[in-house]
Write a protein that binds this ligand. Structure first.
Ligand code: KIV
Length: 248
């Protein structure tokens, strides 16, 4: 699974053969330039889901429910899941475990598949005190035991798959071995059933880099060099040349 937020990159990742395209609320950080994902709205998500779905990818389109769009009530969660499905998502993702289990059940009861997201959940930024690796302690919030309980609860509630983010790989391994639904890891080691990366990290588009994310290309440098060449050719008069100009 790889994230995409528009039709151009949806085509690229689909042609490359990903199984799932996640229209993630990471749009708030990598596209909108915010520090967290917390300000992303339903309108933003509908807009980006529709752009990705417009190319009719072979890959399954996962639509992320943003912060504040599903926590208030089951009715709110169902209404907003329906909005993402109408925009073109085929499965919705939400962050949470035990406390969101009844919400997951409510959404799946109206025939909308749900992907849960446990471990480091970026929408819990303030509770976690930042995007911190979870599952290192043995008890309490964010502990290894809590993550295992969360995993079992979301499976029991009817989730079709679960993203595990930012946990030691042995924790992800234990979760994966305990569940019958697929686990998809990010910063969670090699033992998950699948993996997800944010497209900007995978392509080396952003200035930032993370231990858990590998850049398979350096498109930031390539892009800067290309634009620099263009600027230089415009300044020198080499662009546009006769091959790219019209005659009578
Ligand atoms: O929003 C997102 O891109 C995500 C992934 C990091 C899993 O939730």
């Amino acid at each position: 699974m790889v994230t995409a937020y528009d039709s151009t990159f949806a085509c690229i990742v689909d042609e490359a053969g990903v199984d799932l395209i996640l229209v993630g609320d990471s749009v708030g950080t990598v596209m909108q330039g915010h520090k967290t994902t917390l300000s992303v709205s339903m309108e933003h998500m509908e807009y980006h889901v529709a752009m990705v779905a417009s190319v009719k990818p072979l890959a399954l389109v996962v639509g992320d429910l943003p912060f504040g769009s599903y926590q208030a009530s089951h009715t709110q969660a169902i209404d907003n899941s329906v909005r993402l499905i109408k925009a073109g998502a085929e499965i919705v993702k939400l962050e949470g475990g035990v406390h969101l289990a009844s919400t997951i059940a409510a959404i799946t009861h109206v025939d909308i598949p749900v992907m849960a997201h446990i471990g480091l959940t970026p929408q819990s930024y303030h509770r976690m005190g930042g995007n911190k690796i979870q599952g290192r302690s043995s008890s309490g919030a964010g502990s290894r035991n809590q993550i295992l309980e969360d995993a079992l609860a979301v499976q029991e509630a009817g989730a079709h798959a679960v993203v595990i983010e930012g946990v030691p790989s042995d924790v992800a391994q234990e979760v994966t071995e305990s569940l019958s639904i697929p686990t998809i890891g990010i910063g969670a080691g090699v033992h998950c059933d699948g993996q997800v990366l944010v497209m900007h990290d995978l392509l080396g588009l952003s200035a930032r880099s993370f231990t858990f994310a590998k850049a398979y290309a350096n498109l930031r440098t390539t892009s800067i060099e290309a634009v620099r060449d263009y600027v230089s050719e415009v300044h020198s008069g080499a662009w546009p040349d006769s091959d790219h100009s019209f005659s009578k």
